[in-house]
Design a protein around this ligand. Structure first.
Ligand code: C5P
Length: 231
């Protein structure tokens, strides 16, 4: 399977559908997030995936265990290949998400949002470094029995070494020649997969290309074969 999930970050269901049509059969799947889901709901999701394109539903659940379990149960019929929760919601919350998810769904945790810097973390009462917090929350996710974490391409080799059968979702990767945009720390798709990424999340280099299918195929052609841990 192609490990690239294409991040379609828009509220415009027609634009999203056009992108999805162009990459159907080529991408590992699509990632739809909060902005799309809030604007278009499950009808929008079904319209984009049409039961064919694997779905990464990136809603980053974070609430009490009972509520998160029920929220996951409410989207279970969409059969997402991957869904996200916040590790900061705690062990019991992550376990509740996993218990409510379909058997084949990978439940992965977001550790520390990359939009938070050291000062932001300390403002929320986290006294250690961001790195320490990522490590602590990754270990907690594993203990909770979920499948893996979202991590950067720079962190994935260490994460894989610590958690050999973990499922690692790596966003923020960029083909060698692409514009990094607002992503600050980038690795190439090839490096991320070689370092142990299970799937890659790539948005704008594909969705803003005049030919998304071709951009995706060019990225896929650079990946090591066979890909690791992508099932
Ligand atoms: O367009 P781009 O490839 O930067 O999109 C990356 C996708 O991955 C976006 O949907 C973004 O929200 C998500 N993401 C990220 N960095 C993280 C976590 C998620 O870019 N640390």
């Amino acid at each position: 399977m192609n490990p690239v999930f294409v991040a379609i970050d828009t509220t415009d269901v027609h634009r999203a559908a056009a992108i999805a049509r162009g990459i159907r059969g080529l991408a590992g799947g699509v990632k739809l997030g909060l902005e799309f889901f809030c604007a278009n709901g499950e009808e929008g999701v079904l319209h984009i995936c049409e039961g064919e394109l694997p779905l990464f539903l990136d809603l980053k659940f974070h609430d009490i265990p009972n509520t998160v379990g029920k929220a996951v149960a409410s989207i279970a019929h969409l059969s997402p290949a991957v869904l996200t929760v916040h590790a900061a919601g705690g062990r019991e919350m992550m376990a509740a998400a996993k218990a409510a998810a379909p058997k084949r769904t990978k439940v992965v945790a977001v550790t520390v949002l990359t939009s938070l810097d050291q000062q932001d973390l300390s403002d929320t009462g986290v006294s250690g470094s961001a790195e320490e917090q990522v490590k602590r929350l990754a270990a907690l996710a594993r203990e909770a029995g979920i499948d893996g974490i979202v991590c950067s391409g720079e962190e994935v080799a260490a994460a894989r070494a610590e958690w050999p059968d973990g499922y690692f979702v790596v966003p923020g990767v960029r083909p060698a020649e692409a514009d990094a945009g607002d992503q600050k720390r980038v690795v190439t798709p090839q490096e991320a997969v070689s370092d142990g990424a299970s799937i890659l999340v790539i948005g704008r280099p594909i969705t803003e290309s005049p030919d998304p299918a071709r951009a995706l195929q060019e990225i896929a052609a650079t990946l090591p074969q066979p890909t690791r841990k992508s099932a």
